[in-house]
Design a protein around this ligand. Structure first.
Ligand code: SAM
Length: 180
């Protein structure tokens, strides 16, 4: 199978095997609670892929404005078919974020997950810098915090949530910038 055919295969297989937030019940309930307890107005994801997480979040609270940015054109096009077009933005997260941040209603919940398929350097540091500059009140969840390449130069989080699945440890960092 060509890599493009593989991309299509994995994308459509996801319709039957959705994995929002890595299918982690711990992370899903943390996000659900955060949305309601913190009165989150906007959910912003970097790295849409199939849109599994985006779809799950849109179902938690219909008042929530949900946006996601994807840099791979094929994934963007397929995901855009799945959602209202304006929910998925095409582009590199570190370039898109500074442009859209001023227009996001706060508080914002960020899910920074633009990793796999990313060209080095990973965009995480630039994403966090852009969010910090915007001074938006937000709570940030960073995926794969235990990957030293991804989390390189990233500041110490307020909380780290971890779990194990398929024999692999997953960790997310939570940065609480609500007081900023
Ligand atoms: C782990 S997948 C995202 C999964 C999705 N967030 C979820 O939870 O269902 C990572 C995605 O990030 C995308 N990506 C990588 N680098 C990116 C960047 N700089 N900007 C936007 N998207 C990027 C990849 O193409 C891939 O689709």
């Amino acid at each position: 199978m060509t890599s493009r055919a593989m991309d299509y295969f994995y994308f459509f297989a996801g319709y039957f095997r959705s994995r929002p937030f890595h299918n982690s019940p711990e992370l899903q309930s943390f996000v659900r609670e955060t949305i309601f307890k913190r009165g989150i107005k906007t959910f912003f994801e970097t790295g849409t892929y199939r849109g599994d997480t985006l779809r799950w979040v849109t179902k938690q609270d219909i008042r929530l404005r949900c946006l996601s940015v994807e840099s791979k054109r094929l994934y963007y096009q397929l995901a855009a078919l799945r959602f209202r077009n304006e929910a998925v933005i095409f582009g590199e997260s570190d370039k898109v974020l500074p442009k859209v941040l001023p227009y996001l209603a706060e508080p914002v919940l960020f899910w920074l997950d633009a990793h796999c398929g990313s060209v080095s350097p990973y965009p995480l540091k630039a994403e966090l810098d852009a969010i910090k500059r915007s001074t938006k009140r937000c709570l940030i969840i960073v995926d794969d915090y235990n990957d030293p390449e991804i989390a390189k130069d990233v500041e110490k989080p307020d909380t780290v949530l971890g779990w194990e699945r398929d024999g692999r440890a997953h960790m997310v960092a939570v940065m609480d910038w609500m007081g900023a």
